[in-house]
Design a protein around this ligand. Sequence first.
Ligand code: HEC
Length: 114
Amino acid sequence: MKVALITAILFSSIGLAAAANIEKGQTLVEKANCASCHGAGLNAPILPTYPKLAGQHSDYLYYALHAYQVGNTNAQYGRNNAVMSSQVQAFSKADLQDIAAYVASLPGNLVIKK
Ligand code: HEC
């Protein structure tokens, strides 16, 4: 019993320290109005050349967002897209983690069609 309680406390504290903040991510996404291009629920882009984001893996979303921040400073890793680069400059790495966690939590319809 005691061991279970200690284990539970230990795991919950580790979880809190490591977990991104989905609510904060939502606030940041709404403030930045990402939906003005990526559409309602970030799942209905205004142009078919813009990506659907909802439900994408958070690790990938973070990777992509950070790559836009890095831009031309690292040709191996950076993404050079004028539109998205300007969107991400103001965010810290922790902000990008929170944004990625929020976007990943949204219901999306990204599927592989066969
Ligand atoms: C003015 C329109 C516009 C706005 C606003 C915008 N985006 Fe984008 N976003 C784009 C376009 C266009 C692309 C594709 C860029 C490319 O080709 O690399 C993109 C790509 C992305 C990608 C990469 C997706 C993938 O599959 O690789 C992510 C993640 C993303 N946007 C997140 C966001 C977030 C988060 C915000 C709000 C902070 C945001 N975008 C605001 C237009 C926009």
